[in-house]
Design a protein around this ligand. Structure first.
Ligand code: HEM
Length: 259
């Protein structure tokens, strides 16, 4: 039996926090730990999303609901964790910010994988990673594969919902686009199939949860660096503001006006 320390590789894990600032500055440890924790959550959410897609493909709605609930619970924790970083004042952050050079969450390939897996596809995201690198390979695979939205539509179809063929056969390398024919089907589903409508609502929870993370992240950015440019090279908060209010699953929102 491996011990706790061996099984969880605690020694290796605790050797991975390496501040770069002189001293080092006290707050850099928090900054490193929180980003590493996020990367671990991204890994776990991707793991669960792959499982969720498998369950939907196998028509196992009961377990799919359980997995979706787990993902939503993790997402709540991910949003709440931003509170911790907000205890760091702008001056505390500036004390080590220049050490980050061009490093930024912008470069997180797992975050881009998460976006792709959820259907927020943007081939331009690939260009940030060198051809042939592990990050690029992972993103290429996710870009070419169907997203959660596609698995969800196929699951509805195999449950007897008349999902339009054009939606089932859409180009999975593109972002999910609004489909009036699908909206009609979803509206009928909400009126007559409460169990499936409940699943649709959990998909909306997921979409809203991602938007919530984006909103809380940009607010944290504004209170920490104001309107400075990002270390990743973008316009900073002005860029992040353009990513808000953009639903992953537009038709699940649009039907609310049409009921
Ligand atoms: C003091 C804390 C933070 C600041 C000031 C900050 C700032 C920024 C800025 C300015 C950007 C825009 C891209 C650029 O760098 O030019 C960005 C993007 C991003 N940050 Fe942060 N961030 C912070 C903490 C975090 C944390 C804890 C995470 C968790 C992993 C994170 C994840 C991301 C991601 C994924 C993006 C890309 C978002 C997108 O393109 O939609 N950030 N951040």
């Amino acid at each position: 039996m491996p011990s706790y320390t061996e099984y969880l590789k605690i020694d290796e894990l605790l050797a991975l926090q390496c501040p770069l600032s002189e001293g080092p500055e006290h707050d850099e440890m928090l900054f490193i730990v929180i980003h590493q924790v996020y990367e671990l959550w991204f890994k776990e959410v991707l793991h669960e999303l792959d499982h969720l897609e498998d369950l939907l493909a196998r028509n196992d709605g009961a377990h799919a609901r359980g997995t979706l609930k787990r993902i939503l619970t993790i997402l709540k924790v991910m949003v709440a964790q931003l509170d911790i970083l907000e205890t760091m004042t702008p001056l505390e952050f500036l004390s080590f910010r220049d050490r980050l050079e061009s490093g930024s969450g912008f470069q997180s390939y797992q975050f881009r994988e998460l976006e792709f897996a959820l259907g927020w596809k943007d081939p331009k995201a690939l260009e940030r990673y060198p051809a042939g690198s592990e990050a690029r390979r992972r993103l290429e695979r996710r870009l070419a594969s169907g997203s959660l939205w596609d698995s969800f539509l196929h699951y509805l179809a195999s449950s007897g919902v008349p999902v339009p063929r054009t939606d089932l056969e859409r180009d999975v390398t593109r972002r999910v686009e609004s489909s009036p024919a699908l909206r009609e089907v979803l509206i009928a589903l909400y009126r007559s199939q409460p169990v499936l409508a409940e699943l649709c609502e959990r998909m909306v929870d997921l979409d809203e949860g991602i938007m919530e993370w984006r909103y809380r992240h940009v607010k944290m950015v504004q209170r920490t660096i104001g309107t400075r440019r990002g270390t990743g090279g973008s316009a900073g908060a002005d860029y992040l503001l353009t990513t808000l209010n953009q639903p992953l699953f537009p038709d699940l929102w649009a039907i609310r006006t049409e009921f």
